[in-house]
Design a protein around this ligand. Structure first.
Ligand code: FES
Length: 634
């Protein structure tokens, strides 16, 4: 471990650490544009100059390009280094627009920060600025090439990190252009990350453009609900409208990035016709009245049919808190069935996948990125867990062999864009024993699990692709609570009534089965049929917990208050004629509070904290702490 001194602080750093990273590790930030922790160095921007005073190298050096060595004495504040960095900013600003006060990247622009921090306030160059034409890059990203400082982050991410081939750098020397051969939507499923990694706003989220300044946003640490991986995000909202979602770093999970499905999926949250009004027999009522009506009908139903005819149907879409209280509701009512999964095969495979994982063999996305062999069984990664496909690409770029196992392994797209896989028939054909860090990825929709079970004691880490952000949590609860799948409950023939909690029930549900109450934030046939409709908050409007595919419990925080976005208000409601404390359509509670409301009306004490019993340890979970792995929970 090299020992060096940076600004009078002596430190040891791991071999290979560059000076910029070494300084960051002790809280000294050196300006930088082209270096990125996930992309490495490029030496393109020259903004990270430091002066080496003593040791094997001397003089002005780019800190991102030079590995720390024993005996180095580095100054980040030497006048010569400061002058170099000031000069770089001045050169960059020669061609960059001077429009920070009205620029839509203002407030989240690295160039703006370093320009102000470095004291550059006077333009000496009086020539014309170099300008470019922008391209239409599709519905999600806005192109503003005049802001470009040629750091190459975008091309390096798009082509090298994410394997895209429809975007890159054109031209040469001082005349370079970052774009496509011609206008057209970016094809990569990870293109939205350009908006996060561009340090100056050449690429911005078009869907949120000119809707808010950075400091106007309501934002909080959150977790993506669109697959089972639990990628960390920062959703940003204003006036009760979810405007954009950015990636949040979690090295063990998504690293620095997220996929476009997670990033550009605001429409359902903002939909003006989303369920926001409690209904009883299709008539609007207050949420309290709806809960009263649900309990009344429940009591009538129990008198008529008995508790064995009732099913409480929860779901992997719902937070852990809601799913836990669903089990309490089942216990209180002695309901005939508690269901977390739709069909029996789905339930069995998810439960089995979870039972096959333990503290030693579960693979995080970081384990995948570091793997030297990856076998993918029976799943379409780009469709079911895009960020896992991106993790496999990083392993493949580092030399890992990738195998596609079985006929149902749909890798056509992934193979073309992200990595080359060798097709084999069975897991036995994969040379797992030759690898040091092998990972087997397996879906739960097909029969790949059979092979893993058959190869008991498999010497590889395992990563399962589940369905739903809380499928792992539901599997633990299903085992603990003796839950049935919904198809089993239905096949029993005694089912007469349902309480549905963010549940996706089959469209052909027999008409004689009553849905007495249904809670959800998305419109569905279930809500259409429900006697009592209980609208609930979605994940950005509440605090809660998901357990991801590796068994990592992660807390997500409330980002925005529920209610109809101001943009969606009708002329009668907006502008408001009277001051009011509540938001139109804002009478929503998280699902767990809805269940708590039912429990309290049925005689239980007021529930303040849903995570109790062996789940109590998750109560203080820090949303920014990276999550905790549940171990020994089978
Ligand atoms: Fe070092 Fe760009 S960050 S040259």
């Amino acid at each position: 471990m090299p020992k060096l001194t940076i600004d009078t602080i002596t430190l040891d750093v791991p071999e290979g650490t560059n000076l910029l990273e070494a300084a960051r590790s002790i809280g000294i930030v050196i300006p930088h544009f082209c270096w990125h922790p996930a992309l490495g160095k490029a030496g393109a921007c020259r903004a990270c100059a430091v002066k080496l005073l003593e040791g094997p190298v001397k003089g002005i050096q780019m800190s991102c390009m030079l590995a720390a060595q024993d005996g180095m004495v580095v100054s980040t504040t030497d006048e010569e280094a400061l002058a170099m960095r000031r000069a770089v900013i001045e050169w960059l600003m020669i061609n960059h627009p001077h429009d920070c006060p009205v620029c839509d990247e203002g407030g989240e622009c690295q160039l703006q920060d370093y320009t102000i921090a470095g004291g550059h306030s006077l333009r000496r160059y009086d020539g014309r600025k170099r300008t470019h034409l922008n391209q239409q890059l599709g519905p999600y990203l806005q192109h503003e090439m005049n802001r470009c400082i040629q750091c190459y982050r975008c091309a390096r991410f798009y082509q090298e990190y994410a394997g895209g081939d429809d975007f890159g750098v054109l031209g040469r020397a001082g005349a370079v252009y970052f774009g496509r051969q011609q206008d057209g939507a970016l094809q990569s499923l990870f293109s939205g990350n350009l908006a996060d990694i561009c340090p100056t706003g050449v690429f911005t989220d078009k869907t949120a453009r000119f809707r808010a300044r950075y400091w106007d946003y309501d934002m909080a640490p959150s977790v993506c609900p669109h697959c089972s991986l639990g990628c960390n995000t920062v959703p940003m909202a204003r006036y009760r409208e979810l405007l954009k979602i950015t990636a949040r770093r979690n090295q063990a999970v998504n690293g620095w990035f997220i996929c476009d499905r997670g990033r550009f999926s605001n429409a359902a949250v903002n939909a003006p016709d989303r369920p926001r009004q409690a209904l009883v027999d299709r008539l609007p009522v207050s949420l309290d009245a709806a809960l009263d009506a649900a309990v009344e009908r429940l009591n009538e139903f129990l008198m008529l049919h008995g508790s064995g005819a009732l099913a409480i149907v929860a779901s992997p879409r719902m937070s852990l808190e809601g799913n836990l209280l669903a089990a309490r509701l089942r216990d209180l009512l002695n309901a005939g069935a508690l269901c977390y999964f739709g069909d029996v095969l789905h339930a069995e495979r998810t439960l089995e996948a979870v039972s096959l994982l333990n503290a030693d063999n579960r693979a995080s996305q970081e384990d995948l990125r570091q793997a030297d062999l990856v076998a993918i069984m029976e799943c379409d990664l780009l469709e079911q867990a895009p960020m896992m496909a991106l993790a496999v690409r990083q392993a493949w770029r580092n030399g890992a062999r990738v195998f596609a196992v079985g006929a149902e392994c749909s890798l056509e797209n992934a193979q073309q864009e992200l990595f080359k896989a060798e097709a084999v028939v069975t897991l036995a054909d994969v040379p797992l024993k030759d690898a040091k860090r092998p990972v087997v990825i397996c879906g739960t929709r097909h029969k790949g699990l059979d092979s893993i079970r058959a190869a008991a004691g498999i010497e590889a880490k395992l990563a399962f692709v589940l369905d739903g952000p809380n499928a792992f949590g539901c599997a633990l609860l299903a085992r603990e609570q003796g839950a049935l799948s919904f198809s089993e409950a239905l096949a029993g023939g005694t089912l007469k009534g349902i309480i549905a909690l963010e549940a996706d029930l089959p469209d052909d549900l027999p008409p004689d089965i009553r849905i007495m109450a249904a809670a959800d934030w998305q419109s569905s046939g279930v809500l259409e049929r429900a006697e009592v409709l209980l609208p609930v908050t979605c994940w950005v409007e509440m605090e809660g917990t998901y357990v991801n595919n590796e068994g990592r419990a992660q807390r997500f925080k409330q980002v925005m208050r529920p209610g109809l976005p101001i943009k969606g208000l009708t002329p009668e409601l907006h502008p408001p004629r009277l001051h009011r404390h509540d938001a139109p359509g804002g009478d929503l509670l998280p699902s767990w509070r809805i269940v708590a409301g039912l429990l309290e009306r049925l005689g239980e004490e007021r529930i303040q904290e849903p995570l109790t019993g062996r789940w109590a340890g998750l109560q203080g979970l820090d949303a920014e702490g990276g999550g905790v792995l549940l171990s020994g929970w089978k």
